[in-house]
Write a protein that binds this ligand. Structure first.
Ligand code: HBI
Ligand code: FE
Length: 273
C-alpha cells in the first residue's frame, strides 16, 4: 500500500469506510494483545481523565472497535466523531478534521511482528491512544482549537513550530497531579516501553510546560523521548491556545531551536518522585 493515501472516489478529505467486517481474526488478536498489555501497565501511570475516557467509551479487549459505535458515545459527550482514514493525511486535511471535531483514525492494525514499534500510527495508536481523552471536554476543546490553529499556522508558514506543540502535548505530554506525574500523551499510552520509561527513567528531562519553549524544541520520531513537558492541568493547556499565535511566531524567528533533552537556564525542571 502506498504510504501517501489518495482520496477515494472524490472524497477530498481522505475519509474512507472503516471496513470493520474486513478485519481478520489475526487483526483482532493483535488488538487484544496490545490492549491487554497496555491495560496492565496504565493504572497508576496514565492520568485519570484518560482512564475514565477509555472506560466511558467501552473500548475493550475483545477486538478492534467499530468507529461508528464509538463516535455515537463520543459525540454525545464532547461533539467529536471518529472518521476512518488510510493513514497519515496531508496537514491541511488533518487540521481541517480536528477543527471540525472529527478525529482521523487509521483503519488498519499493525502486523504481529510490529507489536513493539511501528513508524506510522495504526488503529491501536489512534483509537486506544488518542480517542479516550477526546471524552474529556477541556481536552476535546483543546484539540479543536489546535486544529483551527493548525490551519492558521499553515497560512503563516509556521507549521513546524505548531507541530512541536502537538508532539510535546497530544503525543508525549505528561501532567502533574496530587498523586505524582501521570501520562496523557497518546504516543506514550500506546507504547509499552515508553509508558514506564517516561515516569521512571532518570535519563529524560522533564520540564514544566512553557509554550514558546516547546515551539523552539526539536523532536525525534524514532526513539524514546529525551525530554518531556509537564502541564499542571488541561485547563492550563487549553488556556495556552487562547491568544493569537501570530506574534509568537514572530518572536520565535529571533530564537534558536533547542535540541531535544537540552535544558535552558530558565527551565523549571521536574524531578520524578
Ligand atoms: N494524519 N492521520 C493522521 N494522523 C496524524 O496524527 C497526523 C496526520 N497528518 C499530519 C500530522 N499528524 C502532523 O503532521 C500534524 O500533527 C502536524
Ligand atoms: Fe498520534
Amino acid at each position: 500500500m502506498s504510504l501517501t493515501p489518495q482520496p477515494d472516489s472524490g472524497a477530498d478529505d481522505y475519509v474512507i469506510v472503516q471496513g470493520w467486517g474486513n478485519y481478520t481474526e489475526q487483526d483482532h488478536a493483535v488488538w487484544r494483545a496490545l490492549f491487554e498489555r497496555q491495560s496492565a501497565l496504565l493504572p497508576g501511570r496514565a492520568c485519570q481523565e484518560y482512564l475514565d475516557g477509555l472506560a466511558g467509551l467501552g473500548v475493550a479487549a475483545d477486538g478492534i472497535p467499530d468507529f461508528e459505535r464509538l463516535s455515537d458515545i463520543l459525540e454525545r459527550t464532547t461533539g467529536w466523531r471518529i472518521v476512518a482514514v488510510p493513514g497519515l493525511v496531508p496537514d491541511d486535511i488533518f487540521f481541517g478534521h480536528l477543527a471540525a471535531r472529527r478525529f482521523p483514525a487509521t483503519n488498519w492494525i499493525r502486523q504481529p511482528a510490529q507489536m513493539d514499534y511501528l513508524q506510522e500510527p495504526d488503529v491501536f495508536h489512534d483509537v486506544f491512544g488518542h480517542v479516550p481523552l477526546l471524552m474529556n471536554p477541556v481536552f476535546a476543546d483543546y484539540m479543536a482549537a489546535y486544529g483551527r490553529g493548525g490551519l492558521k499556522a499553515l497560512r503563516l508558514g509556521a507549521l513546524p513550530k505548531l507541530a512541536r506543540l502537538y508532539w510535546y502535548t497530544v503525543e508525549f505530554g505528561l501532567i502533574r497531579t496530587g498523586a505524582g506525574l501521570r501520562i496523557y500523551g497518546s504516543g506514550i499510552v500506546s507504547s509499552r516501553t515508553e509508558s514506564a520509561y517516561c515516569l521512571e527513567s532518570p535519563k529524560p528531562k522533564r520540564i514544566a510546560f512553557d509554550l514558546l519553549r516547546i515551539m523552539r524544541t526539536e523532536y525525534r520520531i524514532d526513539d524514546l523521548q529525551d525530554g518531556y513537558f509537564v502541564i499542571d492541568s488541561f485547563d492550563q493547556l487549553f488556556a495556552a491556545t487562547g491568544p493569537d499565535f501570530t506574534p509568537y511566531y514572530e518572536t520565535l524567528k529571533g530564537l534558536s531551536d533547542v535540541p531535544p533533552g537540552a535544558v535552558l537556564p530558565e527551565d523549571e525542571l521536574i524531578e520524578i518522585a
